[in-house]
Ligand binder design. Sequence first.
Ligand code: PLP
Length: 398
Amino acid sequence: KRRFASFPETMAPPSALSVAKPEVGQFDPPKRLLCGPGPGNAHPRVHAVMALPQVGHMDAAFLRCAEELKSLLRYAWQTENPFTIPVSGTGSAAWEAAVANLTSPGDKHLVLVNGYFGHRHCDMASRYGAEIVRLDKPWGGVYAPEEVDKACAEHKPDLIWVAHAETSTGACQPMEELGAIAKKHGALLVADTVTSIGGIPVLLDEWGVDACYAGGQKCLSCPPGIAPLTLGDRALEKMTARNEKGEKVANWYLDMNMIKAYLVTNDFGTPRVYHHTAPISMAYAFREALKILAEEGLENSWARHRETAEFFWDELTRAGLECHVPYENRLPSLTTVKIPQGVDGGKVVTHLREKFQIEIAGGLGELNGKVWRIGMMGYNSRKENALLVTNALKDALQ
Ligand code: PLP
């Protein structure tokens, strides 16, 4: 006997469900100051636009939003690359898009490992059949151009991967000479700018970076969920040559040959072809975050991150604490602070969260138990936050 007489026999629901309805209350997340390695707190204007009316992903209104977002991204990255798009997913999705589209099986990747994310590239690229040649530095170190040049001469890589800003260590890799080195050796240069975009100078065209990805949730003050990718001429040549040879990108979702027809056309009148349903509200959010950056101006945003960081480092010194990375390579957006001898770093993280609603994080890998990672990124990069965090640390340590 059926309870739902209006259903045809083939679709009729059962008279009793086998999985009971769960009882859940209203979700009321705590209001935290997010000063860990990311995400940081999103800008209130960014949260607000997420509530704007929904349109469809093929709607001209949405495509206009995407085009504006793309031009704002080119400004943020200082690149003229026409292929500059938001990828649906977090920073790792944009990263994997770069890897999947630019790696033929057997390609050699020279990976400049100096922290956790270098390890991730080795893992990710090897899944696409890359042969990994990895250089290693102690965590917190950076590479001199001569070291990269020498490794290229020895190994003849097809691609060089580098983290401009290593979030696991707080080190900033000098980029100025790497593009010319990659070009000289016929390799593509792929840079991770997840923790640098918007917070410190990132000049992709000037540096000669061939492919780059980032995240929205750090110095751009957007919630996680959408991430930019840009491909320069040399990267596109490689991608197109593979495609013409019939070599399929081993990842359907991130195949940029197909996404190109949805998100990249030379002129706005070209019909777009559906690939997947873009995350509409995330695109609103990301566009707004990038607009806020443009309103402030890149140079002002970089200066604000620098001033906040200098102030924070001075306050840390006054509190008797020490930074892990030498001053000249220290990232303004993410500071690794040495945990003093005899202190349980994890307890301090808990103390800050429970007593002050402040999130900071411990170290990863080689730096596990040795440092705290403290971010002053985007909307959060303000002296008042630097003071709140330092005072909370002092409270925890007394
Ligand atoms: N690269 C770096 C340097 C990062 O800091 C992160 C995230 O923290 C990622 C890549 C991965 O980004 P996501 O966690 O957004 O996937």
